[in-house]
Ligand binder design. Structure first.
Ligand code: 13P
Length: 252
């Protein structure tokens, strides 16, 4: 079933003490709030994953990794496999974040392999994609997003989409304070749902959750989340402060 999700991508922020403090605060703050079937996810850095996972066991807070490698093991210095994540009971992973694509040269082809690997191991994926500013200015944004989805995900079977959550993150809105308008987000999300309907049928397209990411803040979350095809958010900066993240969660 289509779920609402608010996910905090901590990126390369929060040392061990700060991670422990933030997750403790979040657990306390979300213990008794009424948020229906909204999932709350946080993605700490690799070194703090296990600790945050242990602390959040039994709470409303789920824990995801920010990335993983497409192979199970081997000579890939500095990398982490999906098996290693599962081994510390982390079942969720963000793939394809624009910062991974831009600074670490992650291509659609590599991301397609990562997606397959995660699903082979029954991990849940938050799959990110989105256009650059020049793509939007030139009116190419729909084409770019369509290509990213086709190359990164459309090799999967309909059934495998049970493991996938999509996150549309226009690169020009990430960390810039400039957010897509609720109408721009809705327009793109409806387009994405249409692509899935064409390829996999209406039922799958209606069931897949599509998050919006890019400068979601307490003061704009409610309006963005109110759009019919926006099922939640992938939050960067505002996920680092418990009050802001909580206000965004409560925007549902
Ligand atoms: P900001 O919310 O800081 O713009 O970051 C969004 C993001 O990249 C989440 O993955």
């Amino acid at each position: 079933m289509r779920k609402n999700i608010v996910a905090g991508n901590w990126k390369m922020n929060n040392d061990l003490d700060a991670s422990i403090e933030l997750v403790h605060e979040l657990i306390l703050a979300t213990d008794d709030i009424e948020i229906g079937n909204t999932r709350i996810v946080v993605a700490p850095t690799f070194v703090n994953l296990q600790k945050v996972r242990e602390i959040s066991a039994g709470s409303r807070i789920e824990v995801a990794a920010q990335n993983m490698h497409q192979e199970s093991n081997g000579a890939f210095t500095g990398e982490i496999s999906s098996e290693m994540l599962l081994n510390i009971e982390v079942n969720d992973v963000i793939l394809g974040h624009s910062e991974r694509r831009e600074y670490f040269n992650e291509t659609d082809e590599v991301l397609a392999k990562k997606a397959s690997k995660a699903i082979e191991n029954e991990m849940n994926i938050i799959f990110c994609f989105g256009e650059q500013l020049q793509d939007r200015k030139s009116g190419n944004h729909f084409k770019i997003v369509e290509n990213q989805l086709k190359k990164g995900l459309f090799h999967l079977t309909a059934k495998e989409f049970g493991f996938v959550v999509l996150a549309y993150e226009p690169v020009w809105a990430i960390g810039t304070g400039e957010t897509a308008s609720p109408e721009q987000a809705q327009e793109m999300h409806a387009f994405i749902r249409g692509l899935f309907a064409d390829k996999y049928g209406k039922e799958i397209s209606e069931e897949i959750s599509i998050l919006y990411g890019g400068s979601v803040k307490p003061n704009n979350a409610k309006e963005i989340f109110s759009k019919p095809d926006v099922d939640g958010g992938l939050i960067g900066g505002a996920a680092l402060k418990v009050d802001d993240f909580l206000a965004i969660i409560k925007a549902f």
